[in-house]
Structure formats: C-alpha cells, structure tokens
Design a protein around this ligand. Structure first.
Ligand SMILES: [Zn+2]
Ligand SMILES: [Zn+2]
Length: 299
C-alpha cells in the first residue's frame, strides 16, 4: 500500500478489503508507536457462513490487540491471524457461539489466560475442560471478571463493562471492554443494543461523571441503514444507533481520536442487513467506517 508505519494497513484478502479509506488520514507514526493497535480478524454477525452469493465474506467478530490479546475468537477467524502471531490472552464478551468457541481458543496452542464474566464462569470452565479433554491439551487459566474491575495485561489495562444483550444463560451479564494504554482509550462494544448507562459512566463518557475522552470506538452495527425496524432492536445496534452515539460523543468531546477525523468503526455487521463493503464505503457518513477482516487501525 506504500503506507508503512501508518495506522491503516489493509491486509484483507478480499478485493473490497483493499480499498483505501475515503474520509480520513491515517494516523502518524508517533500515534502508532504508543497507540493501541487493533487488527480486525472478523467483522460479521452470526449469520455469516462463508462467502455469500455476492462474493462478500466476513468472519465472525473478533479483534487482535497489540499482536497478542484477543477479544472473542472462533475458528472462522483463524486464517486472519498473522503467521507469526501467538495470542496468549482472550477476553470474551459473552457465550454466544459466534464469539466463544473453547476448541478454537485451545487449538491456537498459545492461550495462557481466558477472561470472562463471573456470571457464567462455571459453564465456561466445564466447556473448556471438555474441549481440552477432547483435544488432549492443557487447560488455560480461566479467570472470572466483574464489571468495574481492571485487568492489567502487560501495558494494557482492560475494563469489563456491561453490555445490553442476552444469551441462553439468563443470568449471564454480557460484556463490552474499555482498553487503555497510556493516553489511548478504546471502547470495543459488541454485542450491545446501544451503550448502557453504567458502561458509559464507568468509561467516563456519561452525562454526570465525565472523565477522559475515549480515543477510539469500535461498535457493532448488526443492523444496516435500511433495517432500522428490526426485532433485534433490544440486543443489537444499527448504523443509526452508532451514528447518533458517535455524534453525541464527538460534539460533547467525549470522543477525541488522536488522529483528527478518525472515524468510529462498525463491526458485527449482519450478512442479510448490510450492503457490500463497497456500498458501505460509498454510503456511510464520514464519522463512520465499516471495518473489514484484516483491517488494522491504531487508536
Ligand atoms: Zn454476535
Ligand atoms: Zn451475541
């Protein structure tokens, strides 16, 4: 791409994925040095099952942070990991199968620690144990987390925050994550119907307890622009939800990207509710950009 050292490295395998971003300038090398580096391994919702009839492909949603920390991971995203990459930590947002697959995590052979909500810890331990027996591998350390806790992983500080979502485990509190490193603050928000007030408060971006602004936002847009009226309303966000969130956060200086004009990135896009990547690139407002598998961004 001739953009070595910049924040946006298109590494996707799809033709559409190599398209350059239209509406903002990649971050500087300085920002890349001390920012949080994210590689999108998958950007699709649960209805993706390989390449579709349009030739589009999104793997199930997952990101790799600073080359070694995963948030969610399934087998679909395994081919999006860099060749020399050996992730050692996974944070799970929730127990849905498009985010959580113990066998996929164990198959990496490098995971030492697994963090997930204490509300389904026992279930995860037994499922990981069964997968470890089946594969004949050792168990990683499974660590329950609570909302408001801080988890230090190297120079990253990870905060579990509540999501607005539900699973078959009715007492499970699903999570989104705020990831901090130096002055960088990235909020990764999937799966969630909007941002919950408690999450906004803990992240310092709510109405009453304003803290440091977030410098990056990755938010799910399961529903596309033409699909505002959808039964997933309570558990997922739409492009309009994210656009309104981005606008409020930017106008009230609660979102302050280190690179001026860096958009909010959409992920967890449903196959049946969105156009192609090319259509999204053409149609989304400048404040938003559809992520794609293999995209790398520094926040
Ligand atoms: Zn999902
Ligand atoms: Zn889900």
């Amino acid at each position: 791409m001739g953009m070595a050292g910049t924040a946006l490295l298109a590494a996707g395998q799809d033709a559409a994925a190599r398209r350059a971003p239209s509406a903002y300038t990649p971050t500087t090398e300085q920002a890349a040095a001390d920012g949080i580096r994210v590689r999108f391994l998958g950007t699709g919702a649960a209805d993706w099952n390989g390449r579709d009839e349009r030739g589009e492909l999104r793997r199930l949603s997952s990101i790799l942070i600073d080359g070694h920390v995963l948030i969610d991971f399934t087998q679909t995203a395994a081919d999006m990991l860099p060749a020399d990459c050996h992730p050692d930590v996974i944070f799970y947002t929730h127990s849905h199968g498009d985010h959580y697959r113990p066998e996929a995590a164990l198959s990496l052979g490098s995971i030492r620690k697994v963090y997930l909500s204490q509300t389904w810890y026992d279930i995860a331990v037994s499922e990981f144990a069964a997968a470890a027996r089946k594969l004949g591998v050792a168990m990683p350390k499974i660590i329950p987390v609570c909302i408001g806790q801080e988890v230090q992983v190297g120079n990253l500080c990870v905060h579990p925050l509540p999501a607005n979502h539900a699973t078959g485990h009715i007492l499970e509190q699903t999570l989104i994550y705020l990831v901090e490193k130096g002055t960088s603050r990235l909020l990764y928000a999937t799966d969630t119907g909007g941002l919950m007030a408690v999450a906004a408060r803990l992240a310092g971006i709510d109405a009453h307890a304003k803290g440091e602004p977030i410098t990056g936002l990755i938010m799910e847009a399961t529903m596309g622009m033409e699909h505002e009226v959808d039964f997933r309303l309570y558990a997922h966000s739409s492009v309009a939800t994210v656009e309104r969130t981005a606008q409020v956060l930017a106008e009230t200086k609660r979102y302050a990207p280190k690179t001026a004009g860096q958009p909010v990135f959409l992920t967890h896009m449903a196959r049946t509710l969105h156009g192609t990547q090319a259509e999204l690139d053409a149609q989304l407002p400048p404040s938003l950009r559809a992520a794609y598998d293999g995209l790398e961004v520094v926040f």
